[in-house]
Design a binder for this molecule. Structure first.
Ligand code: ATP
Ligand code: MN
Ligand code: MN
Length: 295
């Protein structure tokens, strides 16, 4: 990949070992390329990644090698990746968090090619600040239907007084995320997500599915509300995916969401021009838009 000069990017004291190591072979994306991408994304990404419990998909030899989904520290972990106790279970193995760009650089150094936060910050651990609806289209579902589903979820959130935002998953679908004032607890938030999923499948059973059945998924969109339980995670806005293409989970505006933006349209290779345009931060008002869940 051609090297992108960092403009307004962040710098870090974390030293990459083997910066030329290739993480995505087909796309020729190296460890240094990944750090350069995150330097551009960090300012926008930070609210969704810093000071939250994190799970990491680590691929030390890149996406074609072994992969480990890790929620806990490992031997030799970089000190910028910090350990935190789960307040509900102080005896359990401690979880992981980062605070700043050095922490993100440490994740790059650790070959964390996907970053999966909880939908909560450590300051309000028991009160999530988002509801995540993960749209999982089965085989043979037209992309326009996934876009329609996202807009329908937005409308349903809106009727409850909630503002929602949308991002590509970097995989096969879209994620619609409502911004919450951290007040309702985990079971209440999960119930709200489940209610929307069930209402959609009840209203349009030919299109939507609200049970996690791989067998029934063909031709349907599974409205995956299961990201919203305590300890569940979803890929972070701006996180890369450990899949061919080096796609990222990219926030988009509702206005630009149409048939032309696919789930893996944005990649480490093409994101720089978008991130360099200061006007294009569709999730800038996420925390300003937070409303309490009506119970
Ligand atoms: P797609 O658009 O392809 O569905 P996605 O990010 O929505 O992409 P997956 O990558 O399949 O979906 O992951 C589903 C969820 O399960 C993710 O949100 C992730 O946080 C979680 N997850 C992924 N791998 C593991 C794992 N090994 N163990 C536990 N949870 C995982
Ligand atoms: Mn999904
Ligand atoms: Mn899913």
């Amino acid at each position: 990949m051609a090297k992108t000069p960092i403009q307004d990017g962040f710098e870090t004291s974390v030293k990459l070992t083997h910066p030329d190591r290739i993480y995505w072979p087909d796309d020729k994306v190296s460890k240094q390329d990944l750090l350069d991408y995150y330097a551009l994304a960090w300012q926008r990404m930070k609210p969704f990644v810093a000071n939250r419990p994190l799970a990491l998909l680590r691929c030390p030899d890149g996406i074609d090698g072994p992969r480990f989904f890790q929620k806990h520290a490992w031997k030799g972990i970089n000190p910028h990746i910090e350990e935190i106790a789960d307040p509900e279970d102080k005896e359990a193995a401690r979880l992981l968090k980062i605070e700043d760009f050095d922490g993100l650089a440490a994740l790059v150094q650790s070959a964390a090619l996907e970053i999966h936060p909880w939908g909560t910050t450590i300051d309000h651990w028991e009160e999530p600040d988002m509801i995540i609806m993960d749209l999982d289209p089965g085989e043979d579902v037209a992309w326009s239907k996934v876009v329609t589903a996202a807009k329908e979820i937005r409308e349903r959130f809106s009727r409850q007084g909630l503002t929602s935002f949308v991002k590509t998953s970097g995989g096969k679908g879209l994620h619609v995320v409502a911004s919450l004032k951290p007040q309702a607890n985990w079971p209440q938030v999960k119930d709200a997500a489940e209610a929307i999923a069930h209402a959609m499948s009840a209203d349009s059973p030919e299109t939507y599915l609200s049970v996690a059945s791989k067998a029934k998924r063909e031709g349907h969109i599974f409205i995956d509300y299961l990201r919203n339980g305590r300890g569940n995670t979803a890929v972070a806005p701006y996180s890369t995916r450990a899949r061919k293409g080096a796609a990222v989970s990219m926030p988009v505006s509702w206005e630009e969401l149409d048939g032309r933006i696919g789930p893996a349209s944005f990649t480490v290779g093409n994101a720089a021009s978008r991130l360099n345009r200061s006007s294009a931060d569709p999730w800038a008002d996420f925390s300003k838009a937070a409303s309490p869940l009506n119970l």
